[in-house]
Design a protein around this ligand. Structure first.
Ligand SMILES: Cc1ncc(COP(=O)(O)O)c(C=O)c1O
Length: 392
């Protein structure tokens, strides 16, 4: 009944689900308060009050046709509002016709990949990466090619260059990164622009940036379109407003890109025929009003500090996350899957780095209570010591 491709992918993609099942088993066995679940990247906080108030106001409004079909790219007034924000942030002349509202970042990526890929085409990305990219590329007969990063987990542009082929159509970068929390510097984007200028075929840079607003330590996430000519931003309000269940995001085609108008038209079509038709009407109106709000990142910063410093004290090696809500330490043994099992024995649930194209690491999600971090750290310590024959 199930296609071969989907059966194969189900087998490959089940890490987070397997950990979820393992967690359910452990909670039943030991009691929920003795299991520390760091597997899911689902915001545990509520959306900002202004966002919920805007949604209520719009629902109570008697204005006509608020909930009707609309142009497939989204409400022109909403796209204008997003374009104004982009123009301010980048200094580039974005208009409503550079912005296409989508059903979250996931739909944004699918919409643009469908518009770009012929069967056999390749999409480059840098490890560690959001595992869905593999499946999104395969949805359209494409192939994801994963390039290892530098030691600091930023892109290695020489390796990206070595991976380019005549079939390469796009590069997807995700910064702040899921799962590492690393922010890619402007200098990397400048190098990528120089690389793309040397290729014979046009290659787009898709900047997947749903964590842009979740940044600590006064670090700035560089704007990609001023630095890379063929830049497409794919993003959402899932994380910045803690509304991932509402499914609202957008694609923005850089005004600097010669193909911007053609891509806008193609993506308006692909978003429609993928069955999205248009992004949710209510949430388009909401983000037009309050889409520049951001959740309070202070609790995430505090949990990042607690977890990062706690792990370092124990002896884990880890690149310090500067954004998003994950920590991605090295495992003290090479086999990350075996180490995840050891942690589970200690009541601590994490996801192996193998699931993000980067074995030898684990992903720890900080979308948990502060107390879970504090009470979970001793389990990280016991598992670490167990790999050292019980010695500190
Ligand atoms: C890197 C990355 N890209 C895209 C998405 C998809 O986000 P959305 O919920 O907006 O579809 C996620 C969600 O976790 C993500 O981590």
């Amino acid at each position: 009944m199930i296609s071969k491709a989907v059966s194969d992918n189900l087998a490959k993609a089940s890490w987070i689900r397997r950990m979820f099942e393992e967690g359910a088993r452990l909670k039943q066995e030991r009691g929920a308060d003795k299991v520390f679940d760091f597997t899911l990247g689902n915001p545990e906080i509520e959306p900002p009050p202004a966002v919920l108030a805007a949604a209520r106001r719009i629902l109570e409004s008697d204005a006509p046709h608020l909930h009707a079909y609309m142009p497939n790219a989204g409400q022109p007034r909403v796209r204008e509002a997003v374009a104004r924000r982009l123009a301010t942030a980048t200094g580039l002349p974005y208009t409503a016709n550079h912005v296409l509202m989508t059903v979250g970042a996931g739909a944004a990526l699918n919409t643009v990949l469908k518009a770009l890929l012929n069967p056999g085409d390749e999409v480059l990305t840098v490890a560690p990466f959001f595992v869905e990219y593999t499946f999104y590329a395969e949805n359209y007969g494409g192939r994801l090619v994963v390039v290892p990063p530098k030691a600091d987990l930023t892109p290695d542009v020489a390796r990206l260059e070595a991976a380019l082929t005549p079939r390469t159509r796009a590069i997807i970068l995700n910064s702040p990164n899921n799962p590492s929390g690393v922010i890619y510097p402007a200098s990397t984007l400048v190098e990528i622009e120089a690389l793309l200028a040397r290729t014979t075929q046009p290659i787009v840079l898709i900047s997947d940036e749903p964590y842009r607003a979740l940044v600590f330590d006064d670090v700035e996430v560089p704007q990609v379109p001023p630095l890379v000519t063929r830049a497409i931003v794919a993003t959402s309000w899932s994380k910045s407003l803690a509304i991932p269940g509402e499914r609202i995001g957008y694609l923005a085609f850089s005004p600097r890109m010669p193909e911007a108008a053609a891509l806008f038209e193609a993506c308006t079509f692909t978003s429609r025929v993928l069955g999205f038709v248009n992004a949710p009407a209510l949430w388009q109106w909401v983000v037009a009003e309050v889409g520049d709000q951001v959740i309070d990142v202070a609790p995430y910063r505090e949990k990042r500090d607690l977890m990062y410093e706690g792990l370092r004290r124990i002896g884990y090696e880890c690149v310090k996350p500067q954004g998003a809500f994950y920590v991605f330490p090295r495992t003290p043994i090479d086999d990350d899957v075996a180490f995840v099992r050891l942690l589970a024995e200690e009541g601590v649930l994490t996801v192996p780095g193998s699931g993000f194209g980067m074995p030898g690491h684990i992903r720890i999600s900080l979308t948990v209570e502060r107390d879970t971090v504090v009470r979970g750290l001793p389990g990280f310590e016991r598992a670490f010591r167990a790999t050292r024959g019980g010695r500190p």
